[in-house]
Structures are given as C-alpha cells and as structure tokens.
Design a protein around this ligand. Structure first.
Ligand code: FAD
Length: 462
C-alpha cells in the first residue's frame, strides 16, 4: 500500500490569469568538468503547473532539463537557449514499505533518498559515484553503480515514469504503457521531455554498512582475473594507477563489498569545499604519480577488510565539495568507455598506454565490470569492462581523446555520454546501434524539437 509522504501529484494546470509564472534569469551553466560556460535563460519551477508554464514559454529557441549538473560534459547545457532547473521539484510523494517502491519527483537526489530511507533499511538500487545526482539525471543517463554486474542499471528498477512533453501534456510511461517511449526516455538525455515523477524500487539492506575487502592487484591481466573471481560479489570496483607503466600497467586496488550486519555512524554531511581553483601546475605527471603510488601502497600487501558506511564506499569523492576545482580553471574531461569482455584485455591495455604516452595526469582511474545491457535505447551499459579516466584540459587533450575514441571503436566499445564532451557524430552513430530507433521515437514525442542540448546538437541527434 502506497503511503503518502507529502503532497500527491495533481494533474498539471495552466497558470490562471494573474498567477505569477516562474521567473527566468540569465545563467551561465557548466558541466562538472568545467570545460566552458553555456549562457542561457533558466527557470527553476517549484510545482508541476509552473513547470508546464516553463515548457510552454516562448523563451529560448529550445529547452534542456538540468538536474544537479553532475554530468561532466554538455548533456545538460544549452548555450543560447533555455534550461529548466529541476532541483526544486524534489518531493517524495509516496512509499510502499512492503514492496520498497518510492514515488518521487525528479529533483530528489540519491543523497535525499539515503538520508530518509537508509535508516529504514532501503537503498537506491544503482547509486552512481556521486549522491548529488538527481533522479531525473539518473533516468536520462540510465546510470549504473558498483553493482551493475548483478543489479543492472537505474532503468531496470523504474516501474513507471511521468513525462511532460513539449505541448505541456504529461504521459505515464512504463514497460506496458508506451514501452517504446519508456525505453527512449531511459538514457534519453532529456531529449524526449521532462520527467516529472517516477516509481523506483529501492533495494532492501540489513544495515547501513558494508564489509569492504581490499586487495592490491599487480597489473591489468591480474585485475581482469580478479574481477572474474568476484562475479558474485554484491559490489565491486577497481581503482587503477593510470600512470603506472611497463609490467605495472593497470596495477591498482580491487574493492569488493557485502552487506554487513552492524550499523555505523553516517559520514558527516557538511562538506569541506575546495575554496579555490588549484593552479594548473599542481597536477602534473610527477605529483599524480606520487599520489597514485601512495594510494596503492595504502592497502597492505596481504589486503584488508573493514566495515564501512554505504556513503563512504559508494561516494568517496562527495566529502570534498567542488573537488572538480582541483583541475584548475581550464577544467578537465572525463573519458569513460565500456569494452566487450573478449576485447577488454587488449583494448584496455592500449587505452592505458595511450594515456601514459600522452603524459595525461589522470588521478586514479576506475575499472568496473558490467554484466547486463542497460534498460534504454541509448543506454551506455553493456556486458564487459568499463574504464573511466580524468584528462586535464591542456594542450594535447583533444588529440588524446580522439585516439581514445578510435581505440574504443576498434574494440567494439562505446563512450559514456554522461561523461563525454568530445565524441564525434560518426563515433556516436557507430557506438549506439539503436540511435535511429531513438530518433524516430523522439520525433514522435517532440516533433517541433523543443528539447535540445549542446550535446544533442554536437552529436547530431536530431
Ligand atoms: C563524481 C561523479 C561520479 C559519477 N559516477 C557515476 C557512476 O558511477 N555511474 C554513472 O552512471 N554515472 C556517474 N556519474 C554521472 C552522473 O551520475 C550522471 O551524469 C547523472 O546524470 C547526473 O545527474 P544530475 O542530476 O546531475 O543531472 P544533470 O547532469 O543535470 O543532467 C544529466 C542529464 O539528465 C537530463 N535531465 C535532468 N533532469 C531531467 C528530468 N527531470 N527529465 C528529463 N531529463 C533530465 C539532462 O537534460 C541531462 O541530459 C558520476 C558523476 C560524478 C560527478
């Protein structure tokens, strides 16, 4: 039975005469990589009828939904157009304690859910590496967590979602109600409409803690083998020293975790913010090499095991607010790709060698194993290994990213659009075989092209 937590959804209504429409103001939005600013007109509606007024407004040539801005590149940017900021649409609308189904608005974040539901024994099903991401953003990239190999992606846990279309109407979509539009919206980059609510199955957990086992891994082949042995682990993630070369190429730390019985105090919520942009010279191959090596040695040679609050394990970077300023004013790219398992040993080696040769000072790279295709037409996930690397925006970064795209294509892989800022339209078409299907559904849902973004124009998505 669905217990209301706050106000129930009401059918959207047009603003009545005399009622204040949400205010628009000029904003310069940035992706998490801080690669450039996208000036736009932005509105931050608080209620569904305000959202409808925003969608119907004659402001900006087109509109992009914008959640917490945790996409690294230009997926949530719309330079010269309009953006609808969804963070005030953040009500939890109902929760069924027998099934664990939460109904919530799109601006609710993973942190909000964890704060409210982890003490009651529930966790968001596929938490990405930051708890600040919103549910709307999670739908639009069909995000995955450190449990993708077993749990799949976010969309696999969505029972239904409500989508506001360009004409202001709202449609309920699910695997049985306009399934085509449902699967186009999961991973659909906010290009089919604005998600206004969704029903999400939470994951039952026995406590707020995990038992995390860490082990040093000597090199890439050993890493892939160790992941093979950890297939049944509930959670698994690898940290790679992306600057180690030669015999140590691909060395790192594997962390696997299982639910633990004990309860631990949650990590402090107040963040320490990085107060300034780090000078560009701070992160060079010497300082990053030293940091990565120290990180590797932090785990004893025999490995260790310790109980850890979910928050610490799942969101290790969230403790430092605005850590993205570490890369200095010019910002950074994040490159993430997934390669099919058979191609991974050779492909990952070539990718890491390319980064090493370019001297791109990437902090710890992240390696995960994926076990399932994603739930949407443009979902990133597919079975195989996924590698994520930070690349500072300096001379040579563009050439390196083109090389990484080529290597990914040559090994049958694809690039993750939540992180991307440089993929080519040809690369997109080759990596995402269901693109034409997506475009046809998008044309049906939004024939006038009201929803658009810097990314959709860069990649020629329609
Ligand atoms: C430190 C860090 C770690 C991360 N780790 C992971 C990870 O492990 N796995 C993973 O999958 N991702 C990961 N990400 C990426 C992140 O989960 C996604 O980019 C996510 O989409 C961010 O959500 P957001 O609310 O910030 O959305 P935004 O970045 O604001 O927007 C992302 C997309 O969602 C669309 N959108 C937002 N709200 C709505 C809405 N209401 N309706 C329709 N479309 C909407 C936007 O148009 C845009 O296309 C990580 C990001 C960071 C910064």
């Amino acid at each position: 039975m669905l217990v209301p937590l706050a106000l129930r959804l009401v059918p959207p209504a047009l603003p009545t005469p005399g009622e204040a429409a949400p205010a628009w103001r000029k904003l310069s939005l940035q992706g998490w990589g801080r690669l450039g600013r996208a000036p736009c007109q932005a509105a931050r509606p608080e209620r569904l009828r305000d959202l409808r007024a925003v969608v119907l407004a004659d402001v900006g040539r087109n509109l992009v939904p914008h959640g917490a801005g945790r996409s690294y590149g230009d997926a949530a940017l719309n330079g010269g157009g309009a953006a609808v900021l969804t963070t005030r649409l953040d009500r939890m609308l109902g929760f069924d304690a027998t099934t664990g189904v939460l109904v919530a608005e799109p601006g609710v974040s993973f942190a909000d859910i964890i704060r409210t539901f982890l003490p009651r024994g529930w966790l968001p099903p596929t938490p990405p590496g930051t708890a600040f991401a919103t549910l709307g953003g999670a739908v639009a990239h069909d995000v995955h967590g450190k449990n993708q190999h077993l749990a799949g992606c976010f969309g696999h846990h969505v029972e239904w979602l409500d989508l506001m279309l360009a004409d202001g109407s709202t449609r309920r979509l699910s695997p049985s109600e306009d399934a085509a539009a449902f699967h186009a919206t999961l991973g659909g980059l906010g290009l089919t409409g604005v998600v206004t609510a969704l029903a999400l199955r939470l994951l039952p957990v026995p406590s707020n803690a995990l038992l995390v086992r860490r082990q040093r891994i000597a090199g890439l082949d050993a890493f892939l083998e160790a992941f093979g042995a950890a297939r049944q682990a509930s959670w698994a993630v690898g940290w790679i020293d992306a600057l180690a070369g030669g015999a140590a190429l691909g060395r790192g730390i594997l962390e696997v975790a299982e639910p633990a019985p004990q309860h631990l105090p949650p990590p402090p919520e107040a963040q320490r913010n990085l107060p300034f942009d780090a000078p560009g010279c701070l992160l060079n191959r010497f300082s990053v090499r030293a940091f990565n090596a120290a990180y590797w040695r932090r785990v004893p040679a025999a490995g260790d095991a310790q109980p850890m609050h979910y928050g610490r394990f799942l969101f290790p970077l969230d403790g430092i607010g605005q850590w993205n300023r570490l890369y200095g004013r010019r910002g950074f790219h994040q490159f993430q790709c997934v390669l099919p398992e058979a191609e991974a040993p050779r492909g990952l080696r070539l990718l890491l060698e390319a980064v090493g040769q370019a001297g791109a000072a990437s902090f710890l790279a992240v390696l995960k194993w994926m076990g399932r295709d994603g739930a949407g037409l443009l979902s990133f996930a597919r079975p195989g290994f996924t590698l994520a690397l930070d690349i500072p925006a300096r001379a040579g970064a563009g050439a390196l990213l083109r090389r990484l795209e080529r290597l990914t294509l040559d090994h049958g892989g694809r690039v993750y659009l939540a992180k991307d800022s440089t993929l080519s339209p040809a690369g997109m078409a080759a990596m995402y075989p269901r693109l034409a299907e997506f475009q046809a559904i998008r044309a049906r849902l939004d024939p006038g092209g009201r929803f658009s973004s810097d990314m959709s124009r860069r990649l020629g998505l329609g």
